[in-house]
Design a protein around this ligand. Structure first.
Ligand code: GLU
Length: 505
């Protein structure tokens, strides 16, 4: 390999290069995170470049979703646009491809001049016909090279017909090899790359394989860390780097993220938009931690790692080759671990929008104050897998009137009459306790005693009370729940339950 192809690694520069043609995808977020962790670990530079040349599908709304999502994840970049539609920072800008068209034009011209690329006059209809012939003959589709050696006169004749040429890059057969930092030696015969590659369409728009190489070269990217779905593109890119006389960066292809059934995670089958995870109440600490473990492990038992700890431990060489199976339960578990680690005041603040959403959806009648919410933290913090579960957990405290099926008040081993008697007796006991002191420790013994005296299982009695107070069968601990509800409301809800059961008679 000529010496110019070996980069002298003075500066480590990596990039995330999303196309603003859809919401921030979980795979893009994971790739961004790995680039970020690698850059921070080695003291390199992390670049954000927006690949927005697909004008029909790109939008400022998606750009915003992507940029905001990356900020939300806490992945600060050193160069690139900071806000959607806003200016960018860095010495290698602009960082949106639509603002770099001149660069691609210049690079294409150089390739044409060196005869490493040529104008191709084939029409879409001609190419289609060629592809169909190959399919019928069970051949791999590839460009025939019809325009590869046109004489100047033949080109002039096509021009005279009014045909506008695309630009094709010559791909010579022969092995293209590289040492992937994760997958090891990869070797592909260029004969299998589909023939000479269109790098600029007839309408003048440059194509992905070309822009990505021109930009990675111009931005001095030293390591291309991206998803394995790009593995088959890399030989094309290597040939383009060489043709442009540019050093070839190092490559690291991250394992795909798979559904539990080992199929590829796709928009159709799986929840892939980071925005949906945020809306459900995953927190950045949990999501970053989980995404880092999608294809990488710290090599120790430690699982709960902060972004700083991940930066400290991250090692590209320790990334797995095998596909990373997405495990929603583990994500929720990690998220819960991080919710527990938040300062209670911080958790109160983060819960605000989720409680507001509960109110707007009509599931609660009022949003509690921060002070009210803060008091609940001891019973809430340990039990929240997601911020969005807050309504399920304590929403009953903030509704004026519970709605539930009266039948729910009757535990499985009981009948309606027993439930009625149980709730009425419990009401009397609770009323009595409340007169002296209303605390969890004071409530439990007399209610257990009551169950014992009547020959009821305490669990059944407690279940009937739980439903009467919360409308649900699963809640935070019952006695804490009673205290949070307050003496007056506890009695009122028991009265209502007794009345409901009486009416149902
Ligand atoms: N815009 C490409 C994508 O979103 C970037 C691929 C690459 O990292 O080279 O997949």
């Amino acid at each position: 390999m000529p010496a110019t192809y070996n980069r002298v690694m003075t500066d480590i520069r990596v990039r995330i290069a999303p196309s603003p043609t859809g919401p921030l995808h979980i795979g893009t977020a994971r790739t961004a995170l790995f680039n970020f962790l690698f850059a921070r670990h080695v003291g390199g530079t992390f670049v954000l470049r927006l690949e927005d040349t697909d004008r029909a599908r790109s939008s400022i709304a998606y750009e915003k979703e992507i940029v905001d999502g990356l900020h939300w994840l806490g992945l600060r970049w050193d160069e690139g646009p900071d806000i959607a539609g806003g200016p960018d920072r860095g010495a290698y800008g602009p960082y949106r491809q639509m603002q770099r068209l001149g660069l691609y034009k210049g690079a294409a011209r150089r390739l044409l001049e060196a005869d490493l690329a040529y104008p191709c006059y084939c029409t879409p209809a001609e190419l289609d016909a060629e592809r169909r012939r190959q399919e019928t003959a069970h051949l791999q589709p590839r460009y025939s090279g019809r325009c590869a050696h046109l004489t100047p006169a033949e080109r002039a004749a096509f021009e005279a017909e009014g045909r506008r040429p695309a630009i094709r890059f010559r791909i010579e057969a022969g092995p293209v090899a590289f040492d992937d930092l994760i997958r090891g030696r990869v070797e592909i015969d260029a004969a299998n790359l589909g023939g000479d590659l269109v790098i600029v369409r007839a309408d003048g728009t440059p194509l992905y394989h070309f822009t990505v190489v021109v930009d990675d070269a111009a931005m001095r990217i030293s390591h291309v860390i991206r998803g394995e779905d790009h593995l088959s593109n890399t030989p094309k890119h290597i040939l383009l780097f060489r043709a442009l006389g540019q050093p070839v960066p190092l490559f690291a292809h991250l394992p795909l993220i798979l559904n539990p059934d080992r199929t590829k995670m796709s928009k159709r089958k799986s929840q892939t938009a980071i925005g949906d995870y945020i809306a459900q109440g995953f927190i950045r600490e949990g999501l970053d931690n989980y995404l880092a473990l999608l294809g990488w492990s710290s090599g120790s038992e430690e699982e709960v790692l902060s972004l700083d700890e991940l930066v400290e431990r991250f090692d590209l060489a320790a990334v797995n080759r095998a596909g990373a199976i997405f495990d929603r339960e583990r994500l929720e578990w990690l998220n819960g671990q991080w919710i527990r680690r938040l300062a209670p005041d911080e958790l109160v603040e983060r819960l605000g929008p989720f409680l507001e959403a509960e109110r707007i959806a009509g599931r609660i009648d009022r949003v509690p104050s921060d002070v009210e919410l803060r008091v609940l933290m001891p019973i809430v913090q340990e039990r929240l897998p997601l911020l969005g579960a807050i309504g399920d957990l304590v929403g009953f405290l903030f509704v004026d009137e519970l709605r539930y099926e009266p039948a729910l008040l009757v535990p499985k081993r009981w009948d309606r009459a027993t439930a009625l008697a149980g709730l009425a007796a419990a009401r009397a006991v609770i009323a009595d306790v409340g007169r002296v002191s209303y605390e969890a420790d004071e409530l439990e013994p007399p209610l257990r005693r009551l169950a014992g005296e009547r020959g009821w299982k305490a669990g059944d009695l407690f279940m009937a009370i739980r439903v009467a107070l919360t409308g649900r069968t699963a809640t935070p601990p019952l006695f804490d729940t009673m205290v949070a509800l307050g003496h007056g409301r506890t009695l009122a809800r028991l009265d209502r339950a007794v009345a409901l059961l009486g009416d149902a008679a």
